[in-house]
Design a protein around this ligand. Sequence first.
Ligand code: PHE
Length: 441
Amino acid sequence: MSAKEESWSSNFGFMMAMIGSAVGLGSIWRFPYMVAQSGGSAFIFIYVTMMLVVGIIGMAVETALGRNSGVDAVDSYAKIAPKSKILGYIPVLTGFLLATIYTVLGGWALSYFAQSLFFQLGNNDFEAFRVSQEPLFWQILFLFLTMLILSLGVSKGIEKYSTLMNFLLLGMILIIVFFSLQLEGAMAGVYYLFTPKFEAFKDPTIWLMATGQAFFSLSLGSGAILTYGVYVDKKSPILRSSAITAIASIVMALLMGLAIFPAVFAMGQEPNAGPGLLFVTLPLVFNKMPGGAIFAILFFAATVFAALTSSVSMIEPALRRISNQMNISRTKTTWSLFAILVVLGAPMALAPGLLSSVKILGLNLFDTMNFLIDKIMMPFNGIVTFILAGWLWKKRGIVTELLGEEKSNSAFGTFLLWLVRLIAPTLVAIAVLKPLYDYII
Ligand code: PHE
C-alpha cells in the first residue's frame, strides 16, 4: 500500500490512536506531580476546565485541519493559506524534538519496569541512575520499540498497538486504584485530591500550569493530531471524537491520582516530591505495600505502554511528511529517523550526568529543550492553528468541517467560530506571555 492510502480502519480505531497519543507520561507522571505542587484539588478543577474550554476545541481544530488537507501536517497549513506553509514545518519539528526528551523519560520507565520485573526496585537509587550513562541504553531501547510500531504502519501499527495498550493500561490502572483505595489511611489521599480549595482559583500560576498541562496532555501543537487527522474518514464526527478523547484523558489522569495519592498517604510519604514523585516516591510506596512488587510491575508496564503510544504520535508527523513527499518507503524512513533520533536524543539522556556542565541560560540540555518545546513551540503552534482555522479558513470553513454544511450557520456554529477565533487563542496567549512577562519584569 502506498503511503497516500493509509487511514484508520474505523472510527473506533481512530479514537484509540487519539487516546493513545493523549494518554501518556503527561497523565501518568506530570499530572500527579503538578497536582501535588499546586496543593491538590484546586489544580484538578482548573485543569478540567481548561481541557473542556481550550482542549477539546484545540484538538478538533487540529484534526479538522489535517483531514481537510489529506496530505500531512505541513500541507494542513498550506492548504488554508499557502504563505503559511513554512510555519507548517514547526509543529513537525516540535513533535520530532519532543521525541528526543520524551524517550529519555520513556527509557526511565522502561528501566524501572525491568527492575521491578527482577524485584530490584527496592535497591534503586534514582539520583545515581539519573546521572549515570545507563539511561542512554534504555532510551535507545524505548526508541527502538517506538520505531518498531511505526514501521508496521498507520492502521496495522499505530492503531493496533494503541488499542491493545489502551486496554491493558486501563486494566492495570484499575487494579492498582482498587488496591490503593483499600490501604489503611487511603482516604487522606482522596480528600487531598478532591476537597475544593477555592482560594487557589485566584492564583494565576495554577491557571497557567493547568493550561500548559491541558495542551501537553492532548498532544496539541506538535503535529501529532494534525497528522492523525489526515487519516480520518470524511464522515467521522470530529468534535465528538475530540470530546471523548479529552474526557478519556481527564479520566485517566484522575485514575492516576487515585492510584498514587491514597498509597502515598497510606504509606506516610510526602506527596510533594515534584518530578521525582513517580520515580522516587512510588518505589518506596511499592516497597512498603503488601504485594507491592507485583503492583510495581503492573504500574511500570502501564507507564511504558502509555508512553509508547504517545511517542509514536510525535514521530509520525515527520515520518509521514518525509516518506510521502520524497517517496521513500515507510520502513526506510522509519529506520533513518531512528538513527537521527539516537544521535539527537543521546545528549538529552546524558544531560543530567555526563553533560551536566553544558548549560544554556542556566539549564541543562534536557531542560532547555523541554522549555523550548513546552513553553514556546507548542503554544505558538497552537495559536497559529487557531488563527488559520478561525480567521483564514474561508467561509466559516472550520465550522463546516466540524458541524457539516447545514449546521454551519447555527448559533452553536457561531459560538464555535468565536471560540476558535478569540477565546481559545487568547487564553493560550495569556498562559504563555504571563510567565515571560514575570520573568522579564
Ligand atoms: N500527550 C502526551 C502525554 O500526555 C504527550 C504528547 C505531546 C504526545 C505531544 C504527542 C505529542 O504524554
